[in-house]
Design a protein. Sequence first.
Length: 401
Amino acid sequence: MRSVLKSIAFAVIAALLASCTSDQEGPVAGVFVEEGLIGIERDTLAVSVRTVPVPTGVGTGKLLQIGEIKGIHFEALLMAFDFTLEGGLGGRTVTAAILDLPVVAATPEDTLIKPEDFLLRVSFHELLAEFEETDSITAVPGVDAVPIPDSLGETVHGLGITSFEFSLSPAFVQEWLEGTRPHRGIAILLAEEPDPTGLMEMKARELGSDPPVMRVAFDDTTADTFAVSKDYAVATFSGDGIDCVAGVAQRIFFEFDPGDDLDSVVVHYAALVLTVDGERGLGATRGESSPSPLPELPSDFPYYLYTPNSADPEDPAFLDGTGVDVGTFLPYETQVLEIPLRGFMPDVVRGLRVNTGLVFQSNIETLRIQRATFFSAGEDGQQGPYIEVIYSYPAEFSGSS
């Protein structure tokens, strides 16, 4: 009889746990574990991690960036102008052409350098093919290797907050206007590796006011201004850590084996646990976080965790799957991020779902450039990614007395 009562008591406790943890986040489970309730156990599962590039680009941002910040390389700015003139040139000759780039923010990564003292050395090149803002441009496109000179023959210029107007060869612009030289656009490239590294930001066409323009003067004292008709910032990322990057882009793939020990357990709570490396994170650039010219953009990192339709990153099905969790965090603050796995882990343990792993990505992957980095095991004394599982074994009923 005593064994029957014990079994009944354990069954009641198991039922209580089940009723308290119908929400897969199981907030009550932690209380039971802390109070040492018999039968509730906590375990961790090791995960293997790899990053998966998902080449993309952001061609419709309201700011254009060039330079480097937090490992993200803004390698080129692409611009094209509509040189259509009603009535044509009318025999006029270009005497001067000025490219005006509306710089709004400079961010040297060396904090000892003032923004107003920070310059990037750039050159201007003709594009060999046209581009579209809807393209996914993941590398600098083909350009004429010979830079466009200014009126004095110079080809390298300093770009900064107080240095944003550049003379271009009148002969080049004359041919563009006449149509004798195809204008596919120009690329603004870094002429030298930035030292120190940093970022220069300017208004884009999409902002709706004060876009990049080309001001052209003619020999009859008339002048015309041509606004940019399309623009694009080409960005790439290089890093060998556990990095999730939006806008470039890169996702993180977590794989794990629950083993046989959990086959018969009741999972009350499970979470993917990551430690954010705030030193390497990028939430918002200086231009994005200033109230002008844009409404201030949030600096948190919106994430989306899903289990992919395929465990093979080479399979297009890997890029889609079933959502597990969504949320936000500050990528520039070192902190522990605990992502609830909700119904995913119970389903995997019970064999109701094929375990294809978990994928962590930005939830605004094609809209904005951000970076979130997580510590690997032992890095700076931190713990690497793991899965925490809180579970119990089901009660065993016995008819013996």
